[in-house]
Design a protein. Structure first.
Length: 336
């Protein structure tokens, strides 16, 4: 028989997880976002203008930043806004739809074509040649009136990332930017490791407007981040009683999140969840420490919110290790 205590616990946990999910939908329009948005708008409007004049060679955008910097959220928002504005202003003669996919780990050209085609509701079955899939993709992009393709996690492009596979991958997708009668813009997002792929093909590099997300800095980015944290905490119905305004808090907090905006927002939402779970009305440093532990699983000596020597903790290495761990497939446990 289910106890009332268990029912109450489940109700509280469900409410807390729903609230965290709602908070995670909050988007902050940073200067980095505005820069990326403007470049996305620029290359897409340039495509429309050039095609009207019979010019087929198109440009693209490359966004580079470490895991947790907010690349995917930034591009998703910019792409969504472009599509909404295009529709609100009468559409575009040569289409305004943008298709986004995550490049699978060690993806071949064929793998990537298949996942884009699947996103276009045109799944391919059975053995198909690379030439067939590229041709099919070009046809479907025109048929669906797609203006741009966004490849996320492009650092994983090219089976085993040899020089030959990277060259072939870059050339195949670069050619989509000039293939008549329906060239598309290419939008790439990647961790810093993806620079090698992006810069591997000179022609592709020349056609891309590259933007790199730089580490956050206390003096220049601290005020905006503090305002973002304050909004999240207030929206959750909590108070911080001046915690985020304490001079030492922001340097410690930025160090804990390896100076990455996306991770800063995620950790704050987790800390809010810890405070809610404890039934507290005021969020405190212990809640941030618990959120950090929940993500990193580290000892107290390596927790920046607990250790007096937080400046000496290599949080960048800890965050990157956690990211890599999330990518590893979980082993299936079998019963003997």
């Amino acid at each position: 028989m289910i106890s009332q205590d268990s029912l109450d616990a489940m109700a509280a946990i469900t409410a807390g997880e729903n609230e965290k999910a709602d908070l995670s939908r909050t988007f902050f329009k940073t200067e980095t976002y505005r820069s990326v948005r403007d470049e996305v708008f620029r290359v897409l409007e340039a495509r429309e203008a050039r095609l009207k004049r019979g010019k087929f060679e198109q440009k693209g955008v490359a966004l580079i930043g470490p895991a947790g910097s907010g690349k995917s959220e930034i591009l998703a928002k910019a792409i969504g806004e472009y599509e909404q504005i295009a529709m609100a202003t009468g559409g575009r003669k040569f289409g305004h739809k943008i298709v986004s996919v995550i490049v699978p780990g060690q993806a071949s050209i064929s793998d990537t074509c298949r996942i884009i085609l699947k996103e276009l509701d045109y799944p391919t079955e059975g053995a198909r040649t690379e030439d067939y899939l590229i041709g099919c993709l070009a046809t479907q992009l025109e048929h669906r009136r797609v203006a741009a393709v966004h490849l996320d996690e492009v650092q994983d492009a090219g089976r085993y990332s040899t020089e030959k596979t990277m060259s072939s991958f870059a050339k195949r997708f670069r050619n989509l930017m000039q293939k008549p009668p329906w060239p598309v813009c290419l939008i790439l997002s990647s961790t810093p490791e993806g620079r090698e792929f992006i810069n591997h093909d000179f022609t592709l590099t020349r056609r891309l407007r590259s933007i790199e997300i730089l580490p956050l800095a206390v003096n220049s980015d601290g005020p905006a981040l503090r305002a973002a944290l304050g909004k999240l905490i207030a929206d959750a119905g909590l108070s911080h009683e001046g915690l985020i305004d304490v001079p030492d808090f922001m340097p410690m907090f930025l160090h804990a999140v390896a100076y990455r905006f996306g991770l800063a927002i995620e950790l704050t939402i987790e800390a809010i969840g810890e405070a809610k779970f404890d039934g507290e009305a005021v969020i405190n440093l212990d809640h941030f420490a618990a959120a950090y532990y929940g993500r990193m699983g580290c000892d107290e000596d390596l927790n920046p919110f607990i250790s007096e020597h937080w400046r000496g903790i290599d949080t960048t290495r800890a965050v990157d290790r956690w990211v890599e761990e999330q990518k590893k497939p979980r082993k299936r446990v079998t019963q003997k």
